[in-house]
Design a binder for this molecule. Sequence first.
Ligand code: SF4
Length: 342
Amino acid sequence: SRPILQLDALRMVYNADPGILARLSGRADPPVIAADDVSLDLHPGQTLAVVGESGSGKTTAGRIATLQERPTAGRVLYEGEDVTALTGAALKAFRAKVQMIFQNPYDALNPRLTVGQSLAEPLTLHGLVPRAGLRAAVIEMLEAVELRPAESFADAFPSELSGGQLQRIAIARALIIKPRVVIADEPVSMLDVSIRSGVMNLMRGIQRDTGVTYLYITHDLSVARYMADRIAVMYLGAVLEEGPAETLISRAAHPYTRLLIQAVPEHRASATRRTRIRLPGDAASQAGLPSGCRFHPRCPLAQPICREKAPPLAPVGAAHRAACHFADDVQTHGLGAATAAT
Ligand code: SF4
């Protein structure tokens, strides 16, 4: 299928030009490359999960996909059309098609409005439902996110509801205008572990019913595997590996992906268990990016060439790409590849 949303060679640099005063005073922060040639395709009705630690650029990619931020270079395409520079009415029309769900549901809800008013707002803003039909549309949406009795939830204020209920309402608010694409940035990570799978299953059910496309941003590989058709692994602003979810995990071709898989507890009780990515060494910051392969300071398989030459994101299987000089060895021998290669 043709991608519905594409990120094409995105580059995002913060503090590229700190200004003359900061430079003269010597207090200029170095530039931070939050996205370095990031290309990702979202296919209609599917979920692409973007997995990474903090500082990987996954949230930047999501913010650019919704045009909350404009890239330094590269393009965002919606149904093949370049939307990168949209403004005004065209931007508003784009926002009706591409919605965002945040980590903290409070960000999406005005505490002074009832739930019903909050849900009606986007319908009014985009002129989608006449005033007389608002209440019915709100009730229908509350039913869809399984908040019953819908009538009493419609009249409640955010302060009266739990975190899980609020996230369901934030999801309802993003979906009520029937967007084609939803960008979800860690939508369950602030919720109690016991209610995460409920919210994830709700999102999957809505996708089955409506064909909505998700870009699902998470630090948690097990959540990505549960939610996604495809997974992209990001590190210091770049995609290191990308492929079909099951293949990426069963035939991981990048040492970083292998380490992420090892970091997931093997006998986890459910896909929703809290698993922070823990790896040896610090994630370097994007400022002062390592030479050659950006992962080499933490890579157990690093060779001299890795410090000199950046590996391209190259095919390692069907619709599966990885950026490692030794991807074939890693795919065959896992993290034992170093001994196999020498
Ligand atoms: Fe490790 Fe070298 Fe592969 Fe980078 S290119 S991931 S340093 S083996």
